[in-house]
Design a protein around this ligand. Structure first.
Ligand code: FEO
Length: 135
């Protein structure tokens, strides 16, 4: 069973962002499944690397939308993104060095951080972006 199930409460009302968020959670689920199935470290490391790459790309796209529409909360939002990117880069490095034998705290952290970020931080831009014609 997947760790994360998407539902409407996660929608931010912007289709491209919703798609990205669904892909991010799908990657976290992949990581969960890989660990549960006892897949090798290289599989787990590959999923974490993909997650880092996709997260960076999503954050850049989202920040582009906020910049383009003069979103007033951009600086604060970017700081949240930067903090997460730094954390996931640390996790990837730790995994590459074989220092993270227990992945449970890793995917729990990723899942909780993204759930909170989407519901509490991303949601704040919904009406602003929608008002600028972005849906
Ligand atoms: Fe969808 Fe702010 O990340």
């Amino acid at each position: 069973m997947a760790l994360f199930e998407w539902n409407a409460s996660y929608s931010v009302g912007v289709a491209s962002c919703d798609r990205d968020h669904q892909r991010l959670f799908s990657l976290i689920n992949e990581l969960h499944e890989a660990m549960r199935a006892g897949k090798g470290n290289h599989v787990v490391a590959d999923v974490v690397a993909e997650l880092e790459k996709y997260t960076r790309s999503h954050f850049a796209a989202e920040e582009g939308l906020m910049l383009r529409t003069n979103y007033p909360g951009l600086a604060e939002h970017k700081a949240e993104h930067a903090s997460f990117v730094s954390k996931i880069a640390d996790i990837r490095k730790e995994m590459a060095e074989g220092n993270l034998r227990q992945a449970v705290p890793v995917y729990t952290f990723l899942n909780e951080w993204l759930s909170h970020h989407i519901r509490e931080i991303d949601h704040k831009y919904s009406s602003h972006l929608n008002g600028a014609g972005i849906h």
